[in-house]
Write a protein that binds this ligand. Structure first.
Ligand SMILES: [Zn+2]
Length: 78
């Protein structure tokens, strides 16, 4: 069932639908934003979500994200 606002403002409705339908889960542990703080980051013309527990991994040991993040082995260690 499409929201009635679709008839009023198509762009806004599509944006809203995307926000509501996209599952915000950590790329590492799959924990969702319902259970833990999850932040969004942009990389390679895409975006990913990562939880507060795994942000340090992204910063300090990005090679541990090989298989979860494209070219993770090429990211610099912080
Ligand atoms: Zn996580």
């Amino acid at each position: 069932m499409l929201p009635s606002i679709l008839k009023i403002n198509n762009k806004f409705a599509l944006y809203n639908f995307e926000l509501m339908s996209e599952i915000k889960e950590c790329l590492v542990c799959k924990t969702t934003s319902n259970d833990t703080p999850v932040t969004k980051f942009y990389y390679k013309n895409s975006h990913f979500y990562i939880c507060s527990q795994h942000i340090p991994v992204l910063i300090h040991n990005p090679h541990e994200l090989v298989g979860m993040l494209p070219d993770a082995d090429k990211l610099p260690k912080g």
